[in-house]
Ligand binder design. Structure first.
Ligand SMILES: Cc1cc2nc3c(=O)[nH]c(=O)nc-3n(C[C@H](O)[C@H](O)[C@H](O)COP(=O)(O)OP(=O)(O)OC[C@H]3O[C@@H](n4cnc5c(N)ncnc54)[C@H](O)[C@@H]3O)c2cc1C
Length: 380
C-alpha cells in the first residue's frame, strides 16, 4: 500500500501478531459479554492503546495513520475491542491531553494510555442522542462546587469505567450547545451504571449511567465552562474517522472469509467461486473496501497535516466505512449460505457488529446533515 511507510508496515506486522495471539482467541468470549480489560492492559504495554500520545505519557509518538491502522487490525478480529480502544484513545486520552489541565494530562492520561484505567465518553441521554445539544443532565453551582445530576445512555465502557468524560448543561436549555460544560469524573458512589443488552459489539460494557448529586471542582472541568461542545466535537471528529477504520477492518475480514469459503465450497460439481455472480460479488466487495481504505488513510493524513477539511473527511470516512462494512458483510454472509448464518461462522458476529457503525458516533442521517453543512460552506 503506497501510503504506508516502512514504520507503518512494521506497526501492522506487530499488531497483526498481537491480534492473532491475544485477540482472536478471545473474540467470541468478548462477543458473549466478557469486557476485555486485560487486552487493554496488553495494548498499553505495547504503547499502542493510545499510539498518538508522546512516549512520556505512555504513547508511541505515532501519527494518526498509525492510530487508524491499529483500530483497523483490532476490528478484523473484534469490532467490540476496537470500539473500546478508539473511545479510550481518541475521545478520552488524546482529547484530555490536548484540551485538559495539568492534572488531566499528567495524572489521568498516563493511566488511560497504560490501560490501568478505563475511560468512558458520556454524551448521549435517554432524551437525546442525535440532538445532543438538547441534553438535560445539569451541572449546578452550589457552595463553590458543581453538582451534577442526570442520566447518560448507551455509554460504551460505562459499566467498567474509572473515569467518565461527562457533558452537562451549565446554562439555559435555550442556549443549547453554548451552555454545555465537560467534566472529568472519577468513578465513585454517586455514579450508578446498569448494563444494556445490545445486538452487536457485545462485551463493550454498554450502560445507562446515572449521576446522582455528583460533586465536581473547577479542576474537574475540561476546557472552558460552557465550552463542552468543543471538547465533544474534538473527540467525535476523531471518533468518526476511527469508525471508518472499524468499517474497513470488518469489510476486509468479511471479504477474506468469503473468498476462502468460495474456493472450498462445492455446488453443482464445482467450487462456487467459479460462478460468475460469486466472482462479481467478491470483486465488488474488494473495490469498495479498497476505496474505503483510500478515504480513511487520506483523512488520517489530512489530520496530521492540519488540513482544515479534516472534519469533513472524518464524516465521509464514517459514512462510507459504516455502509461498506454493512454491505460487504451482507454479501460475504450470502456467499457462505447457511453456514454464514450459523454461529460457527465469524460473519454472524461481524454482521451484528457492522450494523452499529451506522448508528453510533452520530447516525448516518446526522452524518449526511453534517456533510451537507460543510458542503454549503465550501460551495458558498
Ligand atoms: C452500542 C452503542 C454504543 C454507544 N456508545 C456511546 C458512547 O460511548 N457515548 C455516547 O455518548 N453515546 C454512545 N452511543 C449513543 C449513540 O451515539 C446514539 O445512539 C446515536 O447518536 C443516536 O441517538 P439516538 O439513539 O438517541 O437516536 P435518535 O436521535 O432518537 O434518532 C432516531 C432516528 O432519527 C433520525 N434522526 C434524528 N434526528 C434527525 C435529523 N435531524 N435528520 C434526519 N434524521 C434524524 C436518526 O438518524 C435515527 O435514525 C452508543 C450507541 C450504541 C448503540
Amino acid at each position: 500500500m503506497y501510503m504506508l511507510s516502512e514504520e507503518h508496515k512494521l506497526t501492522v506486522k506487530v499488531i497483526r501478531e498481537f491480534v492473532d495471539q491475544h485477540v482472536r482467541p478471545k473474540a467470541r468470549s468478548i462477543d458473549k459479554g466478557e469486557y476485555p480489560r486485560q487486552l487493554l492492559k496488553l495494548l498499553g504495554e505495547l504503547n499502542i492503546l493510545v499510539p498518538t500520545l508522546p512516549p512520556d505519557v505512555g504513547g508511541a509518538g505515532a501519527d494518526t495513520l498509525t492510530q487508524v491502522l491499529v483500530v483497523e487490525e483490532l476490528a478484523k478480529a473484534s469490532p467490540g475491542l476496537a470500539t473500546i480502544m478508539e473511545i479510550q484513545s481518541s475521545m478520552l486520552a488524546e482529547n484530555l491531553y490536548h484540551n485538559g489541565n495539568k492534572v488531566h494530562r499528567e495524572e489521568v492520561v498516563p493511566k488511560l494510555a497504560s490501560g490501568e484505567a478505563v475511560g468512558a465518553f458520556a454524551l448521549s441521554e435517554p432524551c437525546c442522542g442525535s440532538d445532543a445539544a438538547a441534553i438535560q443532565t445539569r451541572a449546578e453551582r452550589r457552595g463553590g462546587e458543581w453538582v451534577i445530576n442526570g442520566t447518560k445512555m448507551w455509554i460504551t465502557s460505562g459499566l467498567y469505567a474509572d473515569y467518565y468524560l461527562v457533558f452537562a448543561r451549565s446554562g439555559p436549555a435555550e442556549a443549547r450547545h453554548r451552555a454545555i460544560t465537560a467534566f472529568l469524573l472519577h468513578r465513585n458512589s454517586c455514579i450508578e451504571a446498569t448494563p444494556i443488552e445490545v445486538m452487536g459489539v457485545r462485551g463493550t460494557g454498554t450502560a445507562e449511567v446515572r449521576l446522582n448529586d455528583c460533586r465536581a471542582g473547577d479542576d474537574d472541568v475540561v476546557g472552558e465552562v460552557n465550552g463542552g461542545w468543543k471538547i465533544a466535537m474534538w473527540g467525535i471528529n476523531m471518533g468518526r474517522l476511527n469508525v471508518g477504520a472499524i468499517g474497513l477492518g470488518i469489510a476486509e475480514e468479511a471479504l477474506r472469509e468469503a473468498y476462502i469459503y468460495a474456493q472450498r465450497r462445492i455446488a453443482f460439481g464445482k467450487a462456487i467461486s467459479e460462478f460468475q455472480i460469486i466472482q462479481h460479488y467478491l470483486a465488488e466487495m474488494y473495490a469498495r473496501t479498497e476505496a474505503l481504505r483510500s478515504v480513511v488513510y487520506t483523512a488520517a493524513k489530512m489530520r496530521d497535516a492540519g488540513d482544515s477539511d479534516f472534519p469533513l473527511y472524518a464524516q465521509v470516512a464514517k459514512l462510507l466505512g459504516s455502509r461498506t462494512a454493512v454491505d460487504v458483510v451482507r454479501l460475504a454472509l450470502q456467499i457462505q449460505g447457511g453456514y454464514g448464518y450459523s454461529t460457527d461462522s465469524p460473519l454472524e458476529m461481524l454482521y451484528r457488529d457492522a450494523k452499529v457503525t451506522e448508528i453510533y458516533e452520530g447516525t448516518n442521517e446526522i452524518i449526511l446533515n453534517t456533510i451537507y453543512k460543510f458542503m454549503r460552506e465550501k460551495f458558498a
